[in-house]
Structures are given as structure tokens and as C-alpha cells.
Write a protein that binds this ligand. Structure first.
Ligand SMILES: *Cc1c(COP(=O)(O)O)cnc(C)c1O
Length: 396
């Protein structure tokens, strides 16, 4: 037998974290890493936040899980808070981002099919998108690397160039149900939608009675300096998928919708055994207690400005290595002149700085939102040392 007990779908690196301490991870061998990956934009409060730990401990000791056959005071509270904080009128809780997107896709289709138009099933999606790894969510992305071996894909998705409003308009037909788009692509390389593009999609949706579905799984929950990134565009979606940071490390996601958009989501149309269980709701409420505070959101924007200003000065010292600083809030990207994996590994293995590689030659910087000046100083010390010692022979 040569297959590993953990199905070998991830090329796992040699770092083996066993403990977290605020913005640091400690490996099996005792090595301490500065964590600017945060579990891929998940650990908003870092790794040992007393509020989050306390909430989970207390709820675990009280009631963990009962299924959705029963009333949920815990779920009602978190749903009401999300409704109060956002465009949404109603919330379905999931256990992951892909499930949140799945629910969003079903909600968009049901909007039309419940409204008497069974032919409107197709979502227009965008090149280099990432929506998850389930059959529907890989089908929603044009990325061939995620399709290989898994044919046939699910019908009902049409891909157009990210940012090309005219192509999106031209793709609308009698079968179109809506648009599914990340307001800033994460996995695709920290690519922010332009104002005219996103606003144009909103206008096209209004004009043709289509659903604007935003995938804010990575950009949501204060990560970009507002509760959700679309707020910074001055527009609202009909349906939104959120996950990653929302549980602060506890598996949790949600599909948010307006009352109109959710008209097809009636009794018996959707479900989840675990979704929104009391333990997950306790984690979600504890995260919201911290991140929905306007003072905290201001802190994220202030630190973002500080990081971006210094990053822009810094990359000027290494024009052969870096091209551009990207992103919003604490979802930042360093665009390299080469594929970013070698530099990511160099920072990790030689300077104990964890980051995440993405598409479009971009290195993602996704620190916990609770970083402060000390972590920023440590980050620049490690990044500078990493850039200075990086063998430029690795830049093609
Ligand atoms: C991570 C991600 C997903 C999938 O979330 P999972 O929890 O891994 O299923 C979907 N959309 C976007 C934009 C993401 O970044």
C-alpha cells in the first residue's frame, strides 16, 4: 500500500502546526511562524482568541447539535444579526464556502423556476473564478485544472472574461438566471472588480430580472475593511455566499438573500444536517461580537493603509522581483514578475513567514484581522530578509 491515510490530494508542505498563539503558529518541532495566511483568510481573530474559545467551550458543554428539525434560538440570533448588518432578509447556514455557493446557485435557479420560468437556469460566471470544489462549484469555474478527471460537469454555467461587461451583456439569453461573481477574485490573484463592471452587472440584472449573486466567501466578514466588499461599491446583491472568516476557524458558511430572491426557497426545498448547529452559531456570534464593531472595521482599514503604503515603498527596492501591490483591507496581494510559489516557499522555509500563493503571479497576504504594529514590524523584517536572500535565478 503506497497511498497515504490522508487522501493525497494536497501536496502538503513540511510545516506541521500543532499550536497557535495569536498571530503565530508553532510547528511540531517548535518553530514559530508569523501567520499571514490565517488558514486561507479564515482565522480572523488569530489563533487563541479568548472570546471565541470561551464561546465554543461554553456551547460545547451546553448543547452541540440537534439537527434542523427543532427550533434554533442560537441560529435565529446569528441570522437576525446578519440581516441587521447587511442587505439580506434571510439566511441559510452551511458548513463550508462551497455549500454556501451551492445554496446561492439553487436560490437563483429557484427564483425563476418558482416564479414560473423553468427555462432560466444558467448562471453567467467569470474566467479564473474560484467557487469551491463540489461538482456545481467546479462547473461554475472555467479553470480546467479543477475539471480534469471529473467529467461530466454540471450544465448551467457560461463563462465570460472577468471585467468584460459587454461580454456579460452579450451572454444573456432566455435561459439566463443571473450572474455569479467574486467582487474581488482571491484564488484567481487578488483581482478587484472595477466599479463600472460590478455596477454594470447590477444594472443588467435589474433590467433583465436576473439574480446578482456575489461570492464573498473570501472577501466577506470584515476581511476587506467593511462587513462585505460590495458595500464599497455602493451596491447590493440579491444573493450572497459567505464562509471562511465567519466562524473564525470553526467550519461555518451562509447563504444570504433578499426576501424577493429567496421566493423559491420554501419548506422542504433545501437542507443540511449540521448546518447552523448550536456550536457553529456560538462561534459565528463570537466572531461577529468583535468584527462587526465599526471601530474594529476602522482598525482593519487603518492597518491596511499602513501595510499598503509600506509595501509600495518596499517593492521599489526589488523591481526585478515585484510588480504591484493589490487588494483591499487585509486581503492583499503582491504581484511578482514570476510564478509566486518559489518565493512563498522561501519565505516559509527560511524566514518563518506564512503566505498563500494565488493565480496571476500573485502572493496573497491574509493576516488575522487582529494584527497590530508589532506584527507589521515583524512581517516587514521577514519579508525584507526574504527578498534580499531570494535567489534571483528563480525569477524566470
Ligand atoms: C474558499 C472559497 C470558496 C470555497 O470555500 P470552501 O469552504 O473551501 O468550500 C468559494 N468561493 C471563494 C471565493 C473562496 O475563496
Amino acid at each position: 500500500m503506497t497511498i497515504t491515510p490522508l487522501m493525497p490530494v494536497y501536496p502538503r508542505c513540511a510545516v506541521r502546526p500543532v499550536r497557535g498563539d495569536h498571530c503565530h503558529l508553532i510547528g511540531e518541532d517548535g518553530t514559530r511562524y508569523l501567520d499571514f495566511a490565517a488558514g486561507i483568510a479564515v482565522n480572523l481573530l488569530g489563533h487563541s482568541h479568548p472570546g471565541l474559545i470561551g464561546a465554543i467551550q461554553q456551547q460545547a458543554a451546553t448543547l452541540m447539535h440537534v439537527s434542523n428539525l427543532y427550533g434554533s434560538p442560537q441560529g435565529e440570533r446569528l441570522a437576525q444579526r446578519l440581516v441587521d448588518l447587511t442587505f439580506a432578509d434571510t439566511v441559510f447556514f452551511t458548513n463550508s464556502g462551497a455549500e454556501a455557493v451551492e445554496c446561492a446557485i439553487k436560490t437563483a435557479r429557484a427564483y425563476h423556476q418558482h416564479g414560473g420560468d423553468p427555462n432560466r437556469f444558467e448562471l453567467i460566471t467569470f474566467n479564473n473564478a474560484f467557487h469551491g470544489r463540489t461538482m456545481a462549484t467546479i462547473s461554475a469555474s472555467d479553470q480546467a485544472k479543477m475539471h480534469s478527471g471529473f467529467a461530466p460537469l454540471l450544465p448551467g454555467f457560461r463563462y465570460v472574461e472577468f471585467g468584460d461587461l459587454q461580454a456579460a451583456a452579450a451572454a444573456i439569453g432566455p435561459q439566463t438566471a443571473g450572474f455569479l461573481v467574486e467582487p474581488m477574485q482571491g484564488e484567481g490573484g487578488i483581482r478587484l472588480a472595477s466599479q463600472p463592471f460590478l455596477q454594470g452587472l447590477r444594472e443588467l440584472a435589474d433590467e433583465h430580472d436576473l439574480m446578482l449573486v456575489l461570492d464573498e466567501v473570501q472577501t466577506g466578514v470584515a476581511r476587506t475593511g467593511t462587513m462585505y466588499l460590495h458595500e464599497q461599491f455602493g451596491l447590493q446583491p440579491d444573493i450572497l455566499a459567505t464562509a471562511k472568516g465567519i466562524g473564525g476557524g470553526f467550519p461555518l458558511g451562509a447563504c444570504l438573500a433578499t426576501e424577493k430572491a429567496a421566493r423559491g426557497m420554501t419548506f422542504g426545498t433545501h437542507g443540511s444536517t449540521y448546518g447552523g448547529n448550536p456550536l457553529a452559531m456560538a462561534a459565528g456570534n463570537a466572531v461577529l461580537d468583535v468584527v462587526s464593531d465599526p471601530v474594529f472595521l476602522e482598525h482593519v482599514r487603518t492597518l491596511s493603509d499602513r501595510l499598503k503604503t509600506r509595501l509600495n515603498q518596499f517593492i521599489g527596492n526589488y523591481p526585478d522581483l515585484f510588480e504591484e501591490v493589490r487588494g483591499r483591507g487585509l486581503m492583499l496581494g503582491l504581484r511578482l514578475r514570476t510564478e509566486p510559489r518559489a518565493f512563498m516557499q522561501h519565505l516559509r522555509d527560511h524566514h518563518q513567514l506564512l503566505t498563500v500563493a494565488a493565480g496571476d503571479n500573485t502572493l496573497r497576504l491574509l493576516p488575522p484581522l487582529v494584527i497590530g504594529d508589532a506584527e507589521i514590524e515583524e512581517f516587514f523584517a521577514k519579508l525584507s530578509a526574504g527578498a534580499a536572500s531570494f535567489p534571483m535565478s528563480q525569477v524566470a
